[in-house]
Design a binder for this molecule. Structure first.
Ligand SMILES: Cc1cc2nc3c(=O)[nH]c(=O)nc-3n(C[C@H](O)[C@H](O)[C@H](O)COP(=O)(O)OP(=O)(O)OC[C@H]3O[C@@H](n4cnc5c(N)ncnc54)[C@H](O)[C@@H]3O)c2cc1C
Length: 418
């Protein structure tokens, strides 16, 4: 495949200090954060320039925590989002079993914030990340149609070879090439992979009654249905179910699908109409055994690929970007080599501390809420009732959602300590 040079290459440095594989939102945000620290990078992306300039709608509505939003604000990307593309997440109602009785309700009350978080479409996050990179063209070059085929991590430098045969070298290589990262594999880094045997269908729906900014998370038996509130009597539907059933439902026509959704919601949100295409994603969570190797750092989904139920995937990506850019910026100021292992190890251990408990906690929640055995059904009901009647536990979950306190694990620990 021929490497296509983009317009910003005209202003690009001839040799970048850092090579980034993957121009997804994490890779592009990393390039922006590095540029803000005065570090030049070259982002290598397998897909076309057109796909970067005008990212296709992919059905994902990304729930951003306050901490994730702060990182985006720092990069100037938040300010580039049209206000109409940001939807407030005011409350979350969690239902268990086949009914839609009294929910366990979360809101931001007591957190000093008005909302739990904000929802933004993934294609918009990709768009503003690309625009952010364009604005920093003096320090960022983006090469589309450039699939990285091989890597070499040496003591003095890191190199990549492109499918075209071209070879590029820098002080540091950053892999942001998705949860199925080939760079991670080539670096000999294994991954904990959890295939849930389920798929998720996402699409937009329109409804005759307002959503009031409330997310509905319905842990029904056999499937999970989440409705995420968007602007203008519109919501995102996120349906998780066994892979074979998901494939069958993808073939349904709009009338059959919306009728099914209306029945599931038992009149909540009124009449439902479909808005555009349905998208299907297999549910596989991944956690790299290491986030760093000689002259290599993993970020975004290449480091931690989350199950979407707790909405942490890209948020973790942004926390990793902020952390790594901060450490590399400090290394640059101190005149150090950017590929120094002590810096990369510091990033790896801090990012692990920030993500490990929530990764495991999310998988445990998924396991419990998809286990159809009677004992598990009783346990999950018990867990929700306990949360409902134990305000500190509920407050801990809300605090985690709003990013007010450090982490759910810490919250639980302080709760246990009384
Ligand atoms: C249904 C769904 C809902 C989600 N909801 C949320 C949510 O509410 N909140 C949240 O925080 N997160 C959510 N996520 C997660 C979020 O979408 C991801 O964490 C995020 O998009 C990952 O970005 P990334 O840049 O790491 O990877 P990607 O977006 O996967 O980008 C990787 C890039 O690398 C490129 N690439 C791969 N291999 C190569 C190669 N060899 N050479 C060159 N380029 C290469 C690819 O073409 C791609 O552009 C959700 C995910 C799904 C599926």
């Amino acid at each position: 495949m021929q490497a296509t040079r983009t317009p910003q290459d005209d202003h690009a440095p001839t040799s970048a200090q850092v090579l980034i594989v993957g121009a997804g939102p994490a890779g592009l945000s990393m390039a922006c954060a590095l540029a803000d620290a005065g570090i030049s990078s070259c982002v290598l992306e397998a897909s076309s320039l057109a796909a970067l300039q005008d990212p296709a709608e992919d059905g994902r509505e990304i729930a951003l925590t306050h901490k994730g939003i702060k990182v985006l604000q720092g990069l100037g990307q938040w300010q580039d989002l049209p206000a109409a593309e940001i939807a407030p997440l005011r409350r979350a109602h969690v239902f268990d079993g086949d009914g839609l009785g009294d929910p366990l309700a979360f809101d931001a009350q007591g957190s000093g914030r008005e909302v739990l978080g904000q929802l933004v479409s993934n294609h918009w996050l990709r768009r503003v990340a690309y625009q952010g990179a364009l604005k920093r063209a003096a320090l960022i070059s983006i090469r589309a149609d450039s699939r990285v085929a091989g890597i070499e991590l040496g003591a003095q430098a890191a190199s990549v070879s492109l499918a075209s045969g071209e070879r590029l070298t820098a002080q540091l290589l950053i892999a942001a090439d998705s949860r199925f990262s080939n760079i991670r594999r080539q670096a000999g880094i294994g991954v904990e992979m959890r295939d849930f045997g389920r798929s998720v269908i996402v699409c937009r729906i329109q409804h005759s009654q307002p959503n009031q900014g409330i997310a509905l998370e319905c842990f029904h038996y056999g499937h999970t249905l989440a409705i995420l509130p968007l602007n203008g009597d519109c919501s995102s539907l996120v349906l998780t179910l066994p892979a074979d059933r998901a494939t069958a439902m993808m073939a349904w026509d709009d009338a059959q699908f919306t009728q099914w959704v209306e029945t599931e919601l038992r009149g909540r949100l009124g009449e439902i109409a479909s808005l555009g295409a349905r998208h299907l994603y297999p549910l596989v969570a991944t956690y790299a055994h290491r986030f760093a190797a000689q002259r290599l750092a993993l970020i975004g989904d290449a480091a931690v690929g989350m199950h979407p139920v707790t909405a942490h995937g890209y948020n973790f990506g942004l926390y990793g970007v902020e952390l790594l850019a901060g450490l590399l910026g400090a290394a640059k100021k101190a005149g150090q080599d950017l590929g120094e292992s002590a810096t990369l190890e510091r990033y790896a251990s801090a990012h692990r501390r920030n993500t490990w408990a929530i990764y495991q906690g999310t998988n445990a929640v998924v396991k419990l809420f998809t286990d159809e055995r009677q004992a598990a059904r009783l346990l999950r009901r018990g867990v929700l009732q306990m949360a409902q009647h134990l305000p500190p536990l509920k407050a801990a979950i809300s605090a985690q959602l709003t990013g007010r306190r450090p982490g759910l694990l810490g919250q639980f620990q302080s709760l246990m300590r009384g």
